[in-house]
Structure formats: structure tokens, C-alpha cells
Design a protein around this ligand. Structure first.
Ligand SMILES: *Cc1c(COP(=O)(O)O)cnc(C)c1O
Length: 417
């Protein structure tokens, strides 16, 4: 139950008919359910309440300030991957001591920003990065709290583009050479070595790879203990999957139980970085049908939302269910739901079984709350679409649709041409 439900054949978000929002706001737009966001967070957090833990919502899944604020109010920390996300996090009111900073390519200015802010820890992904953080901390006369991200070399059995814990992936430091990394880090005067971190991939639908990764990480923690390096924070990243189609991912409590039993005996604070599982099914994308057309082979439904608005189908061949906002009960057709962009990869769904929708009808692209708006672009000079939040019977635009003026903001034509 994610608060997107049909009442008398009309799709609602909580207590608001979606067609009513479309009339007011225009299409396309992303739509988020306040109640769903809140519930997803509390279910996840409660699953870990038995142990000392900090849930740090992974901002990149959905960075809208209103979404961030809901999690901040619910007691979440934040996992960021850029200076821009740090800025947003602070704007949404997150306390710096609940912010962890991940990512393989942190720049010096971003490191300085995070150091001055006083974040909980940097998840460091290479020795060169460690060196730079040490230098920047020295320059600022501070000590940088650091966890080293290890690559535990386990197969998360997910899409290759979102698997991150294999040797061939760019993330973290190989678990076997990590010991050397720790010995190196512990000597650094401006590094406060507090943690170990791993994140093996996204949209995982089994518990097993998480447990396997933790086994490898645990071995390393014991080795570190043997040489006198005590770790206080264990960050196991995010990655828990959601149902887009017929996947049956573990429930947060199953995931939590597996994690808790794996780390049994370790005296650490557990840090978690869930993204998709909190927001994915709390948001949908609403588009309007512009045209229908067919050729010998295929039927096409052309909508006003395209790959620049929702990139996942195009780059991951990801499945998103597409439903009519108003069910008319017509016979179903099989069609590709495509956007207006000049690319063959511009589709929202292929071979979709859907009612015989026509120009003017509204479509709901389901499970679009994660990596939807945040991955959108201005490709083809299309304005970024609006984001709307519903709470019970109220709704509000929480990010305005861009204007054409926004598209050229910051551009100029030099005098020399
Ligand atoms: C993207 C990311 C996450 C969140 O992943 P989800 O699959 O959305 O839960 C967590 N940690 C790191 C380091 C990430 O890059």
C-alpha cells in the first residue's frame, strides 16, 4: 500500500485525485506521497531499532528539499556524494554530525566544504583521496573523520551498471589491500580513522550478497583489531531493492535481521545508506498522451514525458508499470510508450499492455520516486518538469516547472563572435 490507489477507476494519491493536480499544474510532473515517504522511513528505521544505528538517507535517489525535510524530521541522517548535495542537506536542516560523504571523485573544494561543515565522516575510496583529505584538514587545522570504503568483491546480482562491489568496479579499495590502506591512514596526523564502509550495488533483491559482503568486511575488522586499529562505525551502504514489476525483494526487517546477525559481536555503530527503498515507490511520474501511431510492427503511444525526464528505462532497460490515471475499461493494447526526444532509446515502457489510451489521456508511470527527477536533464532544451507533493487532501508544487528563461540562464554570447 503506497497511497497510489484507484477509487471508482480514478487514480488518487492519498486523498487527492491525480487528474485534479494535472489540471492545476499541467503535465508532466513528478508526484510524491508524504505518507508513503514517512512510512517507508519508519519501517526501515524500526527494523534496526534493536542496535546502535544511524540511517543516512542516500540523497541522490531524490534530492527534493521537501523529501529531504520529511526524512530529517523523522530522524534521518544523510548520505551525500557532492558539495551540491551537502548544500541541499544543510538547507533541509540536517545536522552535520549525521552526514556521511561518499563518492570516488571528491574535489578539494568539496572536501573543504565538508570539513568546515563538520560532517560525521568521509567514506574514502582511494589512498590519493585520503592524502588530499589529510592535506586539506591540515590546512584548515582540523581532523577529518574517515571511513575507508572497501570493495568486498561480491556479486550483488543486479544490473551491471548499478553493481558496485565487484573487483572490476571503480568503487572502494580492494578488501585484500585495505589492511595496508588502514595502516597508512592511521599514521596520518589529520585523519581520524573511525570507520569501514562498503556499498555493493543497487536494487538488490536478495539478502545473501549483503551477508557475504559483511563476512568479508568482518574479517577485515578483526584483522584491524589485531593490529590495534579500533573501528567505531560500520557503514554498510544502501542497495535494498524494491518491486517495480514482479521482483520480491526482502522486506526491511528481513534485511535488518540478516545484517544484525552478521554483525553480531562487533562493537560498532551501524550506518545505513538506503535510497531507492525509501523513495522509489513513494513517487510516480504523470504524463499526458500526445498522439498515437502505428506501423506494421508496433503500436506507439507518444507522451509529453521523455527520457530526459525519466532516464531509467533508457539506460538500464528498467521496467516501470504504466497505468491510465482514469480507467475507462477499454480493451487493452500492446504498445511502446515513447517520448518526444529524437533518440530511439527514448521510451518509458516497451510492449506495455495498457488500455486503449488516446491523445489527452493521463498516464501514471509507477515507481518513479527514485533516480527519476535527480537523473533528469535539459536534453533537447526541454524544461525540467514540476515536482508535487501530496499530504492527505492537500498538494503543493515543491519544485516549479522550469521556464524557457531558465534554460538560457547563465549563458552569454561573447563580444568576439
Ligand atoms: C547510490 C548509493 C546509495 C543508495 O543506493 P540505493 O540502491 O538507492 O539504496 C548508498 N550509498 C552509496 C555510496 C551510493 O552510491
Amino acid at each position: 500500500m503506497n497511497h497510489f490507489e484507484y477509487i471508482n477507476n480514478e487514480l488518487y494519491c492519498e486523498n487527492v485525485p491525480i487528474a485534479k493536480i494535472a489540471e492545476k499544474v499541467g503535465t508532466p510532473f513528478y508526484l510524491y506521497s508524504h505518507a508513503t515517504l514517512k512510512r517507508h522511513f519508519s519501517v526501515f528505521k524500526d527494523a534496526f531499532k534493536k542496535i546502535d544505528s544511524l540511517v543516512c538517507y542516500s540523497a541522490k535517489a531524490n534530492t527534493n528539499l521537501a523529501v529531504l525535510k520529511i526524512f530529517e524530521q523523522a530522524g534521518s541522517g544523510l548520505d551525500i556524494v557532492s558539495g551540491g548535495e551537502l548544500f541541499r542537506g544543510l538547507k533541509a536542516g540536517f545536522s552535520p554530525d549525521r552526514i556521511v560523504y561518499s563518492g570516488v571523485g571528491k574535489r578539494a573544494d568539496e572536501i573543504d566544504y565538508a570539513l568546515k561543515t563538520g560532517i560525521l565522516m568521509f567514506n574514502v575510496e582511494s589512498l590519493e583521496e585520503l592524502e588530499l583529505i589529510n592535506q586539506r584538514a591540515e590546512a584548515l587545522n582540523l581532523k577529518a573523520p574517515v571511513a575507508i570504503r572497501v570493495n568486498p568483491d561480491v556479486d550483488p546480482k543486479t544490473h551491471p551498471y548499478i553493481s558496485t562491489g565487484l573487483k572490476k568496479n571503480k568503487f572502494g579499495i580492494d578488501v585484500n589491500s585495505a589492511l595496508e590502506g588502514y595502516k597508512y591512514a592511521v599514521e596520518k596526523k589529520h585523519i581520524n580513522l573511525i570507520g569501514i564502509d562498503c556499498h555493493i550495488g543497487s536494487q538488490l533483491t536478495e539478502v545473501r550478497p549483503f551477508a557475504d559482503a559483511l563476512e568479508n568486511v568482518k574479517k577485515l575488522i578483526y584483522k584491524l583489531k589485531d593490529i590495534g586499529i579500533a573501528i567505531t562505525h560500520l557503514d554498510i551502504g544502501g542497495g535494498l531493492g524494491i518491486t517495480y514489476d514482479d521482483e520480491v525483494p526482502p522486506q526491511p526487517v528481513e534485511y535488518a535481521d540478516a545484517v544484525i546477525s552478521s554483525i553480531n559481536g562487533l562493537d560498532v555503530k551501524l550506518v545505513l545508506e538506503p535510497g531507492r527503498v525509501l523513495v522509489g515507490n513513494a513517487g510516480i511520474l504523470i504524463a499526458k498522451v500526445l498522439y498515437r501511431k502505428r506501423n506494421d510492427l508496433k503500436e506507439f503511444v507518444i507522451t509529453d514525458a521523455g527520457m530526459n525526464d525519466l532516464l531509467r528505462p533508457s539506460i538500464y532497460k528498467a521496467f516501470h508499470a504504466v497505468e491510465p490515471v482514469i480507467r475507462k475499461g477499454t480493451e487493452k493494447i500492446t504498445a511502446d510508450i515513447v517520448g518526444p526526444i529524437c533518440e530511439t532509446g527514448d521510451f518509458l515502457a516497451t510492449d506495455c499492455h495498457i488500455e486503449d489510451v488516446r491523445g489527452g489521456d493521463l498516464l501514471a508511470v509507477m515507481s518513479a520516486g527514485a533516480y527519476g527527477f535527480t537523473m533528469s536533464s535539459n536534453y533537447c532544451s526541454r524544461v525540467r518538469i514540476a515536482e508535487v507533493m501530496v499530504k492527505d487532501a492537500e498538494f503543493q508544487v515543491v519544485n516549479q516547472r522550469q521556464t524557457y528563461e531558465d534554460l538560457v540562464k547563465g549563458e552569454s554570447i561573447p563580444a568576439f563572435i
